[in-house]
Write a protein of this length. Sequence first.
Length: 286
Amino acid sequence: MIELRDIHYARIGTRDLDTAEHFATQVMGLEKVERTADRLYLRSDHRHHTLCYFLGDPSEQIIAFNFTSWQALDAAYEYLQAQSVPCGRGNAEEAADRHVQGFIWLLGPTGNRIELLARPHDSARRYFPARDAGVTGFGHVGLCTTDPVRDQAFWLQHFNAMVSDWIGPCPLMRVNPWHHQMALFPSTRKGIQHINYQVQDFDDVMRSYYFLKDKGIKIVFGPGRHATSGGIFVYFEGPDGMVYEYSNSDRKIIEDPASYRPRQFPMHPSSFCVWGAKPDIAEFKE
Ligand SMILES: [Fe+2]
């Protein structure tokens, strides 16, 4: 069993770093940390970065978690090997590229690449947003799965993951007291289904909704309120068709973990939005 503390970053390929930079900074309000010939690092909080665009195939999409213990790397690698999970060690050059002291990677059953980070770098500077979108940090990802039951079992078997709620067969899972760091959504492909940034409050969601509309950005869901986490949200489309989400309050559910019971919601639009917004997102439809 591998103990994870939190989701840490997403890395996604793009053929067009200029467009990615404009969108990530001027639209989403993330802070550009560094741009090289083939990398764009973006901050949203205390960490060195929580999003990295790299020059490459847009279907290459990676998520990373950090360990609960800074000493866990070697034992986790040995565990994954013993469990015959496809995995490998990152070398020094790859670790430098990720701004971590060390990492291992593994492939989940759908083929998603997950990186596990040892001592990822913090920033010595305050997060200074390119636009005041109210971003407080990286929240979670929706991850595509070709078999949610199988992939849920994989996460529950090998990691300290717990199910917070289900929508149909889709588990919303956590490794810490926040409602979810990852949700699995059925798809015919692997990869990231959406990337969430947390914002300070309701006003930030609505302010961004009008801002995005004004800029002609495609809104794909919301504004609305999730039945599961209670978060108020808006989803919109970024470069290469990636869906981004702002939401507030992936509510901190686990004041009493012993009595918390994961709830089963039906696969119905009302489970995604209690206000009645209808998603224009394939994986959220019945
Ligand atoms: Fe979300």
